[in-house]
Design a protein around this ligand. Structure first.
Ligand SMILES: Cc1cc2nc3c(=O)[nH]c(=O)nc-3n(C[C@H](O)[C@H](O)[C@H](O)COP(=O)(O)OP(=O)(O)OC[C@H]3O[C@@H](n4cnc5c(N)ncnc54)[C@H](O)[C@@H]3O)c2cc1C
Length: 324
């Protein structure tokens, strides 16, 4: 692997992507750029475009299947965008001093009942947001307990489930367009929908998250309860990319979820190479260790086609796929 200095931030040539996703399949990125600030992120986007590439944005890789082989062009990872702030209660300004992951204990330095907002750069992990809010006794994201990924990916995907969605707590986002221009957009302007933050080609650099005051013990207790429930029905400790398909509209599938449809079609446990439809949850495909992207993608197609054939429901993919 070669590190070059011609990009406006740290960059790796032929960087392995499988280790940067939770499914653990796929090949290498021709270029992997690693900006460490929103400004570097904007410059990285501009630089990639100037080289003729439309950059792909990698968060925690928790809802992503990367193809085998070499992915031409540029992938930009948000992994180094690691700052979490509280809003200064006196000035209303974001605190100028950022708090790194290891320092987030200081997020609690301002009284917990004053300005219930966090400013999170795109690379802060969703579990870090959940645990910080729980420590402060702030309600709003405990339903996302056990959901991997980062703030940027959570915004892009509107991650969530039966206990709420990430955009429930998003007040506004800082976005970057294809020309590297930064601008803010409020939640109302963004109009997020089911598993879709409606970003299009825009890149999320950071988000202002707004919570509601609650008792610390109550927030922690709800988190524990939800995590227990999630762990019982999802293969959370195995390599997967989360839910493969979106749940279909109720009227099209008689209220059945994608997982239930897969199960009813007898497809749980179906395999392709080392990829398997989870015996625990029909909407999860698990890499048992040596699966390739081709195994996973063929199995997804197979499941889709069989569900369509047997039930008439045309399942839409939730996971993103990056083709080589
Ligand atoms: C075990 C497990 C359980 C899960 N449970 C849930 C669940 O309960 N609910 C749920 O909704 N999801 C769930 N997921 C899926 C995943 O956690 C979420 O979709 C999460 O939001 C993905 O975030 P990420 O940072 O990993 O995004 P990635 O997988 O890296 O990217 C996903 C998409 O978002 C885009 N993206 C990423 N960052 C940015 C950015 N900064 N700006 C613009 N676009 C960006 C990428 O280009 C890609 O198109 C689960 C996954 C696993 C493995």
């Amino acid at each position: 692997m070669t590190t070059v200095t011609s990009w406006p931030c740290a960059a790796l040539h032929h960087a392995e992507l499988s280790i940067r996703t939770t499914m653990r399949v796929g090949g290498v990125a021709e270029w992997l750029l690693e900006p460490a600030t929103p400004e570097e992120l904007a410059k990285a986007i501009t630089a990639a475009r100037e080289q003729g590439f439309v950059p792909r944005i990698l968060g925690g890789g928790a809802n992503l299947i990367v193809d085998d082989g070499v992915l031409p062009g540029v992938v930009i990872t948000t992994a180094r965008l690691q700052r979490l702030f509280r809003v200064d209660p006196r000035s209303g300004e974001e605190l100028s001093e950022g708090l790194t992951d290891a320092q987030t204990g200081r997020v609690g330095a301002i009284p917990r009942d004053v300005d219930l907002r966090l400013v999170a750069w795109a690379g802060i992990s969703l579990p870090k947001i959940v645990s910080t809010a729980a420590r402060l006794g702030w309600r709003g994201v405990e339903g996302l307990v056990g959901v991997p990924g980062q703030v940027g990916g959570g915004v892009a995907m509107n991650a969530g489930g039966r206990w709420g969605d990430f955009w429930d707590v998003v007040e506004r986002v800082l976005l970057i367009d294809a020309e590297g221009r930064m601008f803010e957009r409020t939640k109302a302007e963004s109009n997020p929908s089911y598993r879709n933050g409606q970003l299009g080609e825009l890149v999320c650099a950071s988000a202002v998250l707004k919570f509601e005051l609650d008792a610390v013990a109550a927030v922690k207790e709800r988190g524990r309860e939800y995590l227990l429930a999630k762990n019982q029905v999802q293969p959370v400790t195995e390599w997967s990319a989360g839910c493969v398909f979106k749940n279909p509209p109720k009227e099209l599938a008689e209220g059945r979820s994608a997982g239930r449809l897969v199960e009813q079609c007898g497809l749980k446990g179906r395999t392709r190479g080392d990829a398997i439809v989870s015996p625990l949850h029909g909407n999860f495909i698990v890499n048992r260790g040596k699966a390739t992207a081709a195994d996973v993608l063929t199995l997804i197609e197979d499941v889709h086609d069989r569900v369509l054939e047997k039930t008439g429901v045309d399942l839409q993919r939730e996971v993103k796929v990056w083709r080589a």
